[in-house]
Design a protein around this ligand. Structure first.
Ligand code: UN1
Length: 510
C-alpha cells in the first residue's frame, strides 16, 4: 500500500522524545503499529521502550524542572497559546493520522483534535489566573494567603480511544502549573501523541519539559509510574490496570489520579421525544464503535414505549455503515485490535448463552469484502436484558447495547445506579420534575438531560464516581489544577514580635 511506506518502501520509523531530542530506544527494539481498518497498512515502527528509556526520560524531566518551575506562569501560558495555534494549523493532518491509527471516523477524529485544541487554549488562559487567595489572619499585623505550586515530575499514562484529547487533558494543566512530564501513550496509538509533541516542539517548549516514551504497559508504563523521581501519576484506562497503578503509587506515596471504566446509561421515559432519544442512543452506543468510557452501553426504557422505541432503534441502527473511517460515507469504524474483537465477541456470546438475553440486531464480526482486513463488528443490540446480566454490568468497550425495560422513574434510577461504575448518565423526558429528580439521584460524575451520555466539554469537570475514578476530575479549571498543583499556605507576620496562633488569640478574646 503506497500510503503506508516511506519513499524507500520501508515503514516510517518513529522515536522517543527525550530532553528535546528524538532518540531511538536504548535496546533498539521496535513495535509495529497497523491500521485497524486495514491491517496491511503499517502506520510505522515505534519504540518498544524499556526502563532504560524511562530512566533517561525522567532524568530529562528532572533537569528541566527547576527552569520550567521558575518560568512565570503567564510565560508558560504563552507557549501553550502557540501550541494550540499549531494544533489548529495541523488539525486536518493530525485527524487523518488519528483515523488511520485508531480507526474512529474522520469527523470524530477531528473532534478529538479539536478537544485538544480547546483544552490547550482554555488552560493557557489559566496562566494569568492560577488563583490562590488571601484571607484574614487571626492575629493582628499578620497576613495569610495561599498559592499553588507545581507538584514536580508527572507520569502520564494515556489510552488509545482519545489519543490526542486525553493526553491534552493531562498535559496542559501539568504544564501551566509548572510541572515537567513524561508521557507513555497506548501502544496502539503512539502517533497521535507524537504529533501532539511535534506541535509542542514547534511551539518552542524547552527541552525536557515534555518527554515521550513509547512502549507497552509492562515494559514502559510500569517502570515510569513507579520511578522514584516521579511525584504524580495520572492514568486513564481500565479499572483493573488503574487499581494496580494506584497500589504501586500508594506504596511510594505518589499522588495518583485515575480515570477508568464506565457502564453508562440512558433512561428513556414514556413522555420522551422518542426520535430524539433514538438519535442519542445510536450516537452514544455506536459512535467511536462504542469505545468511549462515556459510551451509552445501557438503555433503560419505560415499558409503555419499550416496543415502539426498540423498533425505531433497530430501524435507525440498520442505516449505519460500518467501514474505514476515512471513507466519508462510513458511520462506524473498526474496533482497535484483535484482542478487542475477541473480547467483544466473547461478551456477545455471554449475552446470547449465559445471560440468555435476546439478540435483536447484529452480533457478528464483518469479515468479507471491504471488511476483510480490519477489525469490524456489527452494531449489536440485546433486548429484554435483565439489569444483573453480565452484559448489563461489565464494560464491553465495543458496539454492544443492552436494552432493559422499566416500570417507572424510580426503577429506572435504581437500575441506572446498579453498576459498579459511575461516569455518565442521561435522561430523556419532557417532564422537568422527572429530569431534576434523575439529575439529583443518578450517582455519576456527568449527567445529561435530553442528550446522550457523551459530549463532555473541556471546561467542566470530567470524571466519575465509584469504580470509575478515585475522586479526581480532569478538565475544568480548579479540578484539574487541583490534581497538578499543591497548595502552599503562607503567613507574613509584620508585627515585629512573636505572636502565637491559637494561644494569643484566646487572650485577645478573653
Ligand atoms: C472517553 O470516553 O474516554 O464526552 C472520553 C465525550 C468526549 C470525551 C470522552 N468528549 O465523549
Amino acid at each position: 500500500m503506497a500510503q503506508t511506506k516511506t519513499k524507500s518502501g520501508k515503514p516510517e520509523v518513529y522515536k522517543n522524545y527525550i530532553g528535546g531530542r528524538w532518540v531511538k530506544p536504548a535496546g533498539g527494539s521496535m513495535m509495529e503499529n497497523r491500521n485497524p481498518a486495514d491491517t496491511r497498512d503499517v502506520i510505522g515502527l515505534f519504540p518498544a521502550s524499556t526502563s532504560e528509556d524511562v530512566a533517561a526520560a525522567v532524568d530529562a524531566a528532572r533537569r528541566a524542572y527547576p527552569g520550567w518551575k521558575a518560568t512565570p506562569a503567564p510565560r508558560r501560558a504563552e507557549l501553550l497559546y502557540r501550541f494550540g495555534q499549531i494544533l489548529v494549523e495541523r488539525k486536518e493532518e493530525y485527524s487523518r493520522d488519528m483515523t488511520r491509527e485508531m480507526g474512529k471516523v474522520l469527523k470524530e477524529a477531528r473532534g478529538d483534535v479539536q478537544e485538544a485544541i480547546d483544552m490547550t487554549f482554555y488552560t493557557a488562559g489559566e496562566g494569568r489566573r492560577l488563583h490562590g487567595y488571601t484571607t484574614p489572619s487571626e492575629l493582628p499585623h499578620k497576613m495569610a494567603m495561599c498559592v499553588r505550586q507545581p507538584v514536580g515530575l508527572c507520569a502520564l499514562i494515556t489510552p488509545w480511544n482519545f489519543p490526542m484529547a486525553i493526553p491534552s487533558w493531562k498535559m496542559m494543566p501539568a504544564l501551566v502549573c509548572g510541572n515537567t512530564l513524561v508521557i507513555k501513550p497506548a501502544e496502539d496509538t503512539p502517533l497521535s501523541t507524537i504529533n501532539l509533541v511535534h506541535a509542542a516542539e514547534a511551539a518552542g517548549l524547552p527541552p525536557g519539559v515534555i518527554n515521550v516514551v513509547v512502549g507497552t504497559g509492562e515494559s514502559a508504563g510500569a517502570p515510569l509510574s513507579t520511578h522514584a523521581d516521579i511525584r504524580l501519576v495520572s492514568f486513564t484506562g481500565s479499572t483493573e490496570t488503574g487499581r494496580r497503578v494506584a497500589e504501586a503509587a500508594a506504596r511510594e506515596g505518589k499522588i495518583c489520579s485515575l480515570e477508568m471504566g464506565g457502564k453508562n446509561v440512558i433512561l428513556v421515559m414514556e413522555d420522551a421525544d422518542l426520535d430524539l432519544a433514538v438519535e442519542g442512543a445510536v450516537w452514544g452506543a455506536f459512535g467511536t464503535s462504542g469505545q468511549r468510557c462515556t459510551a451509552s452501553s445501557r438503555l433503560v426504557v419505560h415499558r409503555r414505549v419499550y416496543r415502539k422505541f426498540l423498533e425505531k432503534l433497530i430501524e435507525r441502527t440498520l442505516t449505519l455503515r460500518v467501514g474505514n473511517g476515512l471513507d466519508r460515507r462510513v458511520d462506524v469504524g473498526p474496533v482497535i485490535n484483535e484482542d478487542a474483537v475477541a473480547k467483544i465477541l466473547g461478551y456477545i456470546e455471554i449475552g446470547r448463552n449465559q445471560d440468555g438475553a435476546r439478540l435483536a440486531l447484529g452480533g457478528r464480526r464483518l469479515e468479507k469484502g471491504a471488511h476483510r482486513h480490519g477489525f469490524f463488528i456489527e452494531p449489536t443490540i440485546f433486548a429484554d436484558v435483565a439489569p444483573g446480566m453480565r452484559i448489563a454490568q461489565e464494560e464491553i468497550f465495543g458496539p454492544v447495547l443492552s436494552v432493559i425495560a422499566c416500570r417507572d422513574l424510580d426503577e429506572a434510577i435504581e437500575i441506572g445506579n446498579g453498576v459498579r461504575y459511575g461516569l455518565s448518565s442521561s435522561i430523556y423526558t419532557r417532564d422537568v420534575n422527572r429530569a431534576f429528580e434523575a439529575m439529583e439521584r443518578m450517582y455519576t460524575g456527568i449527567f445529561y438531560v435530553n442528550s446522550s451520555t457523551i459530549g463532555a466539554e473541556v471546561h467542566l469537570p470530567f470524571g466519575g464516581t465509584k469504580a470509575t475514578g478515585n475522586g479526581h476530575r480532569e478538565g475544568a479549571m480548579n479540578t484539574s489544577l487541583d490534581v497538578f498543583s499543591e497548595w502552599k499556605s503562607i503567613y507574613v507576620d509584620y508585627s515585629g514580635r512573636l505572636q502565637k496562633a491559637q494561644i494569643d488569640t484566646a487572650e485577645l478574646v478573653g
